[in-house]
Ligand binder design. Structure first.
Ligand code: DAH
Length: 347
């Protein structure tokens, strides 16, 4: 019996040492100690032995079990240690390695322009407000003194959702909301930056979606001089303190009188160059004195209150300021384009 158990133990030892993981170990265990193993057969036979034989075989089987278990446990411990060592090795951190460079994001050029303008107007006591991009025809046109069928509607090719709802084609709609929302009819000083939409084909200078910033001041005794002073301040803040502005008469339904405003070319100082197409001036915005009809429709008495308004396209401003020639760059999110504005000297 002893020889038999010794030879089984020898086989078991060999297989235990060959096992490389817990699964293989379990296979070995069930092969040598499981229900249908030779060892279990021997154990089953003990019952029918004589008392002396029982005793001696009992000692032998105990020794066998103890030897098997200690070999098994030892190998399992080693396997676990090997696994742990491998894991530690693979997760080792070399703290002396130089760090990977972290890419820092930057403001989108349009956001940059918007912040500059917002800061300026907040410093002059304006509120920064927002309005919805899906707007009513009423707020986008009717209350701005542009009734249905008025030829001025042709100035903006609008995306209509229904006959009464549209994607706003101008942030001027927020003028209406600011005045209507002011239930006490107190003075207003607000700017509203935001997206607007028009049915334009996208090219280097047109986009079906772009950004405007609207300005509105309503108070007693507001005059054209206030509008001029404010816009001059804005132009100089954005384009440098030597910048000048000029007003050209124009037409917008919601202002009377209305003006288009040019800035002196900041590249050539007004002498004429490629940027200003040799004119010396660059058109940047529309403005005017708020039409009495608009004040009246929005609940302000035009005999008591006057106001001025302006609307400026931010892409156009950014293009001139940063020398960008294709407007589509603002919307394609090409990092090579955007990274140009991630510099300290871009202001
Ligand atoms: N909303 C006009 C446009 O998109 C721009 C504009 C002109 C806004 C005159 C104004 C204004 O507030 O007074 O073309």
């Amino acid at each position: 019996m002893k020889e038999k158990l010794d030879s089984i133990l020898l086989n078991a030892k060999e297989e235990i040492l060959k096992s490389n993981n817990e699964v293989e170990m379990n296979v070995v265990k069930s092969k040598f100690m499981g229900k249908s193993s030779e060892f279990t057969e021997i154990m089953k036979g003990i019952g029918s032995l004589s008392p002396e034989e029982k005793k001696s075989v009992g000692v032998l089987t105990n020794d066998f079990r103890n030897s098997f278990n200690s070999m098994f446990d030892e190998r399992l411990k080693n396997i676990k240690q090997e696994v742990l060592n491998k894991k530690l090795e693979s997760e080792k951190i070399d703290i002396s390695l130089p760090s990977k460079s972290v890419k820092v994001g930057s403001l989108h050029p349009l956001t940059h322009i918007r912040y500059i303008l917002e800061d300026l107007f907040v410093s002059m006591g304006y509120d920064v407000v927002t309005g919805p991009q899906v707007e009513t025809d009423m707020n986008c046109f009717e209350r701005l003194n542009i009734p249905k069928d008025h030829p001025a509607r042709d100035m903006q090719d609008t995306f209509y959702i229904t006959s009464e709802m549209l994607l706003r084609s101008q942030t001027s709609s927020v003028q209406v909301r600011a005045m209507l929302n002011n239930k006490e009819k107190t003075p207003i000083r607000m700017v509203c930056p935001g997206k607007v939409y028009r049915r334009d084909n996208d090219d280097a200078t047109h986009s079906h979606q772009f950004m405007q910033m609207e300005g509105l001041v309503v108070d007693k005794n507001i005059s054209l001089a206030d509008l001029k002073g404010t816009l001059l301040e804005m132009a100089r803040c954005l384009l440098g303190k030597n910048t000048n502005i000029r007003f050209r008469p124009s037409y917008f339904g919601f202002t009377e009188p209305s003006y288009e405003v040019d800035v002196s070319c900041f590249k050539c100082g007004g002498k004429g160059c490629a940027l200003c197409k040799n004119i010396g001036w660059i058109e940047i915005l529309g403005s005017g004195m708020v039409h009495p009809n608009v004040l009246r429709m929005c609940g302000y008495d035009p005999d008591v209150y006057t106001g001025f308004a302006f609307g400026v396209g931010l892409e156009r401003l950014a293009m001139f300021k940063y020398g960008i020639t294709d407007l589509r760059g603002f919307y394609t999110n090409d990092m090579r384009f955007l990274n140009n504005f991630n510099r300290k000297d871009v202001e």
